[in-house]
Design a protein around this ligand. Structure first.
Ligand SMILES: [Zn+2]
Ligand SMILES: [Zn+2]
Length: 231
């Protein structure tokens, strides 16, 4: 492991998408980096892409805002981000996770420092049985990169997944919320400003369910920071 990281420092890095020579500290070549679907104009509450940057919430958020105060996503969940996330989560390609988390860290570093100062990173937890299957929690890996890059505290014991829920993929928004009732339990969040770290936000049902628990445990503020926003 140490040997490999030493080599990483000496040899030019390889682009995770095309296999070409990567730029230092990103594991992507300049062309592939430039073609990533970044999410520049987005709703500040739910990170849905907007046509222009006016800073106001999107229509659905004006009607019913999510429980979390803001959502920041670095990328749109489309090609090739979808494939990179899949390699990270389902094939254990941790380099893809580090690269994507590095892009999120850059995005967050560009925000006013007051937005980050004193924020505690809380990864969305996996149920212990799912964690054993996968071998790692993808959200925790992302949070580790953010903690290192931004100098923030990581707290991965504040919230636990106490129920293993059915796969959300086939469910609509209302069914997702029902499916997640009682799935999470949080403690010891009194007065904390929390950034809930996730890989991909789809309907936001999981983030909403965890946010409700964090507030119930006394959190002062909850934002969601994630790699990508599904449309
Ligand atoms: Zn490339
Ligand atoms: Zn919105």
């Amino acid at each position: 492991m140490v040997y490999k990281s030493l080599l990483r420092g000496l040899l030019p890095a390889t682009c995770l998408l095309c296999g070409g020579t990567a730029r230092a500290a990103l594991d992507l070549c300049a062309d592939c980096a430039a073609q990533l679907p970044t999410l520049d104009n987005a709703c500040p509450r739910c990170a849905m892409p907007l046509a222009d940057a006016h800073g106001a919430p999107c229509g659905p958020c004006l009607q019913r805002a999510p429980r979390f105060g803001a959502c920041i996503a670095a990328l749109r969940y489309e090609h090739p981000v979808r494939e990179l996330v899949s390699r990270f989560k389902f094939q254990g390609d941790l380099a893809c996770g580090r690269m994507l988390a590095g892009l999120l860290a850059r995005r967050l570093a560009a925000l006013p420092p007051a937005r980050r100062t004193g924020v505690v990173l809380v990864p969305v937890p996996l149920h212990p049985a799912r964690l054993r299957e996968r071998g790692f929690n993808q959200s925790e890996r992302i949070a580790r990169v953010l903690a290192a890059e931004l100098g923030l505290a990581l707290a991965n014991t504040l919230v636990r997944r106490v129920q293993r829920t059915a796969d959300q993929k086939q469910l609509g928004a209302a069914a997702r919320s029902r499916n997640l009732q009682g799935a999470f339990h949080a403690t010891g969040c009194a007065g904390r400003r929390i950034a809930l770290v996730d890989d991909v936000i789809t309907t936001g049902a999981t983030a909403e369910a965890v946010t409700a628990e964090l507030f119930a445990a006394g959190a002062a503020q909850v934002e969601v920071w994630c790699l990508a926003r599904a449309l």
